[in-house]
Design a protein around this ligand. Structure first.
Ligand code: NAD
Length: 405
């Protein structure tokens, strides 16, 4: 399905259940602006290549446009539009003063040398800088972009504008104006929600067993957090396969094994499992933290977890949602569960603007308070409207954006 079409359907469902303004929803179905640019890059062999770049600015009613820049060979305008739409909703839901934006470049960055990548990143800024700025549009890293690339982009932006403006980009390295706690933020934010669900007994999780698909940045910090809470992480996977031990895995030891061998597979004291088997395990909590569309109508009825925490973006297909609901599975939707990252990006922006430097524990405590309180707002609204957390989250985010509109 065209991702922007699915974003539209989600909004229209929220408008209907929440009794929101159809007129304002119609405006939200159209991004404020999008641009496509041609970026000429001098290659190391002396030739010149033209790359296609995008920036989509969806809505800025609540504050500057905010969202990452993705480098991928398959990125396209529809994808960037849909992602910018979701950023507006994610920022509104976690209640930070940002709107939604997203950018991209059609490129396989693995095929570029470091210097070619730098030229491309600076080239993106040369074409788009007029649309950027701390109070206008604040990009960040996304798939295949990182703190180093943000550093090049910021440097180019400051050269062109002749001003110091570190708050124009977030996700910078800590030594270059980035925030402490950003690396952990997304995984820990999801962990904060599990902690709250356990403490307030929102779902009965008697064995506290957890299966996590994807032991990357998000999955590993999430695993570390819930392990410290006393949860039993019984299954883990990466792109090469998965492992299970119902008595619990030592996450640190699994990570060391992955570092040494390149995968979690064949970990001593665990049995290998397939990706499909991992999703259908008899555990209390299932955490998709890798890919989109892994819970689909074909397997949704076989999910035995009582709680699904969507740490990846879009892991549940729209048609699978009603099946999970019918079976009484509580789903914490992606744009709430993984909003810790953008929340700390806002803290980075704030620190840059006010020339402050916050300690890591302060950042993570602030995140915990913020994500937990927004979770309770969503829970409350879901009860009032007798609907899912996903629908309630959409209603809450849409109504906050519409109020500012
Ligand atoms: P990452 O690249 O660090 O990790 C991804 C992990 O998924 C890797 O361990 C990889 O081996 C694994 N994986 C890939 N294919 C798999 C498969 N078929 N089965 C099981 N595992 C597989 O990425 P990340 O930053 O951890 O992001 C993970 C998800 O979280 C993505 O959907 C991303 O969009 C979302 N997300 C990330 C952030 C963030 O701050 N990093 C914020 C919001 C959302």
């Amino acid at each position: 399905m065209n991702p922007f079409k699915s974003a539209k359907e989600q909004l229209l469902r929220a408008v209907e259940i929440g009794g929101l303004s159809k007129y304002k929803a119609e405006i939200l179905l159209h991004p404020d602006r999008y641009v496509e640019v041609a970026i000429p890059v001098q290659m190391d062999d002396g030739t010149q290549k033209i790359f296609t770049g995008f920036r989509c600015q969806h809505n800025n009613s609540r504050g500057p446009y905010k969202g990452g820049i993705r480098y991928h060979q398959d990125v396209n305008l529809d994808e960037v539009k849909a992602l910018s739409f979701w950023m507006s909703f994610k920022c509104a839901l976690i209640d930070i003063p940002f709107g939604g934006g997203k950018g991209g470049v059609i490129v396989d960055p693995k095929k570029l040398s470091d210097i070619e990548l730098e030229r491309l990143s600076r080239g993106w800024v040369q074409k788009i800088w007029r649309l950027l700025g701390p109070q206008v549009d604040v990009p960040a890293p996304d798939v295949n972009t990182n703190g180093k690339i943000m550093g090049w982009m910021l440097d180019e932006y400051e050269k062109i504008t002749g001003s110091k403006a570190p708050a124009t980009f977030t996700g910078k390295d800590v030594g270059h104006g980035g925030s402490e706690g950003r690396t952990e933020a997304t995984g820990y934010g999801g962990g904060n929600l599990v902690e709250e669900i356990l403490q307030k007994q929102i779902v009965d999780l008697p064995r506290k067993t957890v299966a996590i698909q994807g032991l990357g940045n998000v999955g590993s910090y999430f695993a570390e957090y819930v392990f410290k809470l006393g949860c039993k992480v019984v299954a883990l996977s990466d792109s090469k396969g998965g492992i299970i031990n119902m008595d619990g895995l030592n996450v640190q030891e699994v990570e060391a094994h992955k570092k040494a061998t390149g995968s979690v597979k064949d970990f001593t004291g665990a049995r290998n499992v397939s990706q499909e088997e991992l999703l259908e395990l008899d555990v209390d909590v299932l955490v998709p933290a890798a890919l989109e569309n892994v819970i689909v109508p074909e397997n949704a009825g076989k999910i035995r977890a009582r709680l699904v925490v969507e740490m990846a973006n879009g892991p549940t297909a729209a048609e699978a949602d009603p099946i999970l609901e019918q079976n009484g599975v509580l789903v914490v939707p992606d744009f709430l569960a993984n909003s810790g990252g953008v929340c700390v990006s806002y803290y980075e922006w704030y620190q840059n603007i006010h020339q402050e430097k916050w300690a890591g524990h302060f950042v993570l405590e602030k995140l915990k308070t913020q994500i937990t309180s927004q979770f309770h707002e969503v829970l409350q609204l879901a009860k009032e409207k007798n609907t899912t957390l996903r629908n309630a989250a959409y209603i809450l985010a849409a109504s906050r954006i519409m109020e500012k509109m």
